[in-house]
Design a binder for this molecule. Structure first.
Ligand SMILES: Cc1cc2nc3c(=O)[nH]c(=O)nc-3n(C[C@H](O)[C@H](O)[C@H](O)COP(=O)(O)OP(=O)(O)OC[C@H]3O[C@@H](n4cnc5c(N)ncnc54)[C@H](O)[C@@H]3O)c2cc1C
Ligand SMILES: NC(=O)c1ccc[n+]([C@@H]2O[C@H](COP(=O)([O-])OP(=O)(O)OC[C@H]3O[C@@H](n4cnc5c(N)ncnc54)[C@H](O)[C@@H]3O)[C@@H](O)[C@H]2O)c1
Length: 461
């Protein structure tokens, strides 16, 4: 049994900075990552970094194809997908190399590869393929094991070649006709990306709207934009079965009680993610989970077992890199600096990286209604954004929810160029108690997208 001060399981978006911070503070720390291939976690290897890199290439292609809006004609646009993929692979490799170097060079920190699981309340067993299991014990244990793609039960799927979010990012060819099951973040981002690379894309979704947690007007606006680009949507659709004959995949589903069939050359299934806690033998430590397998934590990210914490996607709730990173900040503040930081009142921003982006922060209209708040909704269409007009980017919708009693901004959704950056500005206003009325006359430089926040908040009476 090897004794440490801290054990971190999973080299995710919280595990890596936490390992560096604890070890720099003098705590003898071990970071256990399942495989060297996944060092750096989902975001770096198979999530944000590869997807956003390829999405940027697809955007470059789209800009060229639509340059005629500016009177510029470009004949015969073509793509060498091998180069596009290499650019992505190089960026991922570089990010990972940086993570590895930092971890390996840190004092007081051991990085080991293998699958970790609990063998007792404060003991962790690590198994890799070639060696005998190693046992560690420590007063502090941090779980940052994340999630993996969830696959729905679909009749016939086992006989079909299909891709999840990881496999589709590795394709060496551009699909002729891509069927996507699921219209969440990944389905929309990667669906639009392959459409821009030249695929015909059909998205099948069981809910009545895309990005099903968002307000209906936001979902409808984004769907219209994607349809204008050529993507096709089937909502309210229940998958019945899937079949493959050579290169032809046939998906059968019922939509509004009518049976429909579509054909494609490739199939992407992106219907959410599931907890990786099943590898951890949490029962041996008595750590409690919810009914979906996420680890239960309090507002300080403590599990029910003293000294054991869960951070990032594995604790349930919003699954974003920046939330996982903020979990690390909370835990390290409390342990190393004896602060009293918690998740309470944390303002959650996120961005769907379609183009235009959907930037979101705080409460949606739907959530404000559910909370029975006294609020006003203000909206302006993308065509009123001056900077967008000048840049031939007039799509979208800007929307904010404002509390009537306090004049505080409760939340916003911005579909538009750099929608994610725009909602970050609103987030700063929310955090700094800058009121909605202040933003009516706040000085932003002209002509920026930010300047149109004056126009949005001017909609308030
Ligand atoms: C395609 C895609 C695109 C995304 N894009 C974005 C985006 O643009 N913005 C955003 O904010 N979020 C995005 N996300 C979500 C984001 O990647 C996750 O929220 C983020 O990675 C959360 O990380 P985490 O800290 O929970 O751990 P993870 O990054 O999931 O890492 C967990 C690590 O634990 C390891 N592990 C698992 N089990 C064990 C075990 N038993 N023993 C040892 N190690 C183990 C895994 O190998 C993995 O390396 C995207 C996700 C995907 C799939
Ligand atoms: N830009 C970002 O921040 C970003 C990008 C990608 C992923 N992510 C994270 O990864 C998570 C997973 O993304 P995701 O897109 O896989 O999940 P998601 O939960 O966002 O969307 C899944 C979609 O699939 C639909 N669905 C589920 N089962 C279905 C079925 N049987 N048939 C048809 N549709 C079905 C759901 O109704 C939902 O609309 C996200 O929740 C997000 O937290 C974030």
């Amino acid at each position: 049994m090897i004794k440490k001060d801290a054990i971190i399981i999973g080299s995710g978006q919280a595990g890596n900075p936490l390992a560096l911070k604890l070890s720099a503070a003098g705590l003898k720390t071990v970071l256990i990552e399942k495989s060297e291939e996944m060092l750096g976690g989902v975001c770096v290897n198979v999530g944000c970094t590869p997807s956003k890199t390829l999405i940027a290439s697809a955007k470059a292609m789209h800009k060229i194809k639509t340059a005629h809006k500016h009177g510029i004609s470009v004949p015969d646009v073509s793509i060498d997908f091998e180069i596009t993929q290499k650019r992505k692979n190089d960026i991922v490799a570089k990010s990972k190399k940086g993570v590895k170097k930092n971890l390996e060079e840190a004092e007081n920190l051991d990085l080991i590869y293998g699958t970790a699981s609990f063998s007792g309340e404060k003991t962790i067993s690590v198994q890799n393929e070639s060696e005998e299991a190693i046992e560690f014990t420590a007063p502090y244990i941090f779980i940052n094991v994340g999630c993996r793609p969830a696959t729905p039960e679909i009749d016939g799927l086992k006989d079909v070649k299909w891709y999840d979010s990881t496999g589709i990012l590795e394709l060496q060819e551009i699909p002729k006709k891509l069927i996507v099951i699921g219209s969440g973040y990944i389905g929309l981002e990667l669906g639009q990306m392959y459409s821009r690379f030249g695929s015909e894309v059909i998205i099948v979704e069981k809910a009545g709207q895309i990005i099903s947690n968002e307000d209906a007007d936001i979902a409808e606006n984004l769907q219209e934009i994607l349809e204008e680009e050529g993507l096709t949507f089937h909502l309210n659709s229940e998958i019945k079965n899937v079949k493959q004959d050579d290169n032809k995949i046939t998906l059968t589903f019922t939509k509004n009680n009518k049976q429909e069939q579509i054909e494609g050359t490739h199939l992407l299934i992106v219907t959410g993610r599931k907890s990786n806690a099943d590898s951890l033998h949490l029962e041996k430590a008595g750590i409690k989970q919810d009914d979906k397998g996420y680890i239960k934590v309090n507002q300080k990210l403590e599990t029910n077992v003293d000294g054991v914490y869960a951070l990032g996607d594995i604790k349930g709730g919003p699954q974003f890199t920046h939330i996982s990173y903020n979990d690390y900040v909370i835990v390290s503040d409390n342990i190393l600096e004896q602060k009293n930081t918690s998740t309470e009142g944390r303002i959650i921003p996120y961005t769907v990286f379609t183009d235009p982006q959907v930037g979101r922060v705080g409460l949606s209209e739907k959530e404000a209604t559910e909370k029975n708040l006294n609020f006003t909704v203000i909206k302006i269409p993308g065509k009123r954004i001056t900077r967008g007009l000048e840049s031939a980017e007039t799509q979208g919708l800007w929307k904010a929810v404002v509390d009537n009693d306090s004049d505080k901004i409760l939340g916003a959704a911005i579909i538009g160029s750099e929608g994610g950056e725009m909602t970050s500005i609103i987030q700063m206003a929310m955090k700094g108690n800058i009121s909605a009325k202040d933003l009516q006359t706040f000085i932003f430089s002209h002509p920026t997208y930010s300047e149109s926040l004056n126009t949005l908040f001017d909609e308030l009476e």
